[in-house]
Design a protein around this ligand. Structure first.
Ligand SMILES: Nc1ncnc2c1ncn2[C@@H]1O[C@H](COP(=O)(O)O)[C@@H](OP(=O)(O)O)[C@H]1O
Ligand SMILES: [Mg+2]
Ligand SMILES: [Mg+2]
Ligand SMILES: [Mg+2]
Length: 315
């Protein structure tokens, strides 16, 4: 993740992001009422899905590094499968491990894990929109590990952490493993005197807004990236991350869910159910995102989402 973060910074300082618009079909469930559909189309869903040279190169670095060491593990990356002839520069292939984590005792629930039980979900650059607009601290590299369909391990690397205040921007790497704990940051609980929600800044629509209104927050933090929004929960800047939209994908939420849950928080769909991250699942998080920080009553908050809104996100 850290090597991928270096690539992301090198592409930015090289000056040519080589941005392309990804092709995407718009699918809207029939149960969504007409004015919701119009508002989604007015906001241009499907017209803000960019890919840059940094997304492509960071993914090649991560997938080459992981597949060399773990040839029998399924690895799924946002930017699609690489071609079998894809050679990556040798200094992009990382094989050393973090000695601090390796030296800890593996929780016994993973002691019998086989390669075929594992799926790694890679978002090489989360917050691409914000990256292209220079909101660099919204960018993260996300590598999530699912075991038997559950998101249990995750790394969130933030390459531009403190970039506005530090001369030598080294970034930081946060990790979590359910059953073992978290590292790379200081967990903070959110304030008790007000209720703060974080949500998208670049993929909003009428339903996203309606869900936020139903929860009646004191403050809404509109920031980029699923990884960055979960960082706000981990560090006590917000109580909940709510996104009533089908726009995020499994690679956006696997690593954040694992780190958040390793700390005692929760990430589910807007009905309050966990997603499966097994290798055969559909990529979209089609029932939206509802995540809460440690100590926040997830079920009570979920129950405040009105029924007619939930019906826009059927299984
Ligand atoms: N309507 C939509 N269309 C395409 N991607 C969407 C989307 N809504 C959310 N996403 C993806 O979900 C991630 C978090 O979105 P947001 O910053 O708006 O909260 C981003 O990941 P990437 O930047 O990795 O593509 C973004 O592209
Ligand atoms: Mg993307
Ligand atoms: Mg993403
Ligand atoms: Mg991405």
């Amino acid at each position: 993740a850290t090597r991928a973060g270096k690539i992301i910074k090198d592409v930015m300082s090289g000056g040519d992001l080589a941005i392309v618009q990804k092709r995407q079909s718009v699918s809207v469930s029939r149960s969504v009422c007409f004015n919701y559909m119009v508002s989604i189309l007015m906001q241009g869903l499907g017209h803000n899905d960019l890919q840059t040279e940094a997304d492509r190169s960071a993914q090649r670095c991560i997938i080459a590094s992981l597949s060399q060491q773990f040839p029998d593990v399924t690895i799924i990356g946002e930017e699609g499968p690489s071609s079998p002839t894809d050679e990556v520069p040798s200094d992009w292939v990382v094989t050393e491990s973090d000695q601090d984590i390796i030296s800890r005792e593996c929780p016994k629930e993973y002691g019998v894990t086989k390669p075929e039980d594992v799926v790694v979900w890679v978002d090489p650059l989360d917050g691409t929109s914000e990256y292209t607009q220079g909101l660099l601290d919204h960018v993260t590299v996300l590598i999530g590990i699912a075991v038997n369909g559950r998101a249990v391990g995750g790394v969130i690397h933030q390459p531009y952490y403190n970039y506005q205040t530090e001369k030598d921007v080294r970034g930081r790497t946060l990790w979590g493993l359910v059953g073992l704990g978290v590292g790379g940051f200081n967990p903070v609980d959110p304030p008790t005197d007000k209720f703060i929600i974080t949500t998208t800044r670049s993929h909003s629509d009428g339903i996203v807004v309606k869900a936020l209104e139903a929860l009646n927050p004191d403050e809404i933090l509109r920031v980029g990236g699923a990884g960055h929004k979960v960082l706000l929960l981990l560090e006590g800047k917000a109580h909940a991350y709510v996104f009533a939209s089908k726009g995020c994908k499994k690679w956006d939420t696997c690593a954040p869910e694992a780190v958040l849950e390793a700390l005692g928080g929760k990430l589910t769909d807007i009905h309050g159910n966990h997603y499966s991250y097994a290798k055969d699942v559909q990529f979209p998080d089609s029932q939206g995102i509802f995540a809460t920080a440690r100590g926040v009553d997830h079920a009570t908050l979920v129950s405040k989402i009105p029924q007619e809104l939930r019906e826009a996100f059927p299984y």
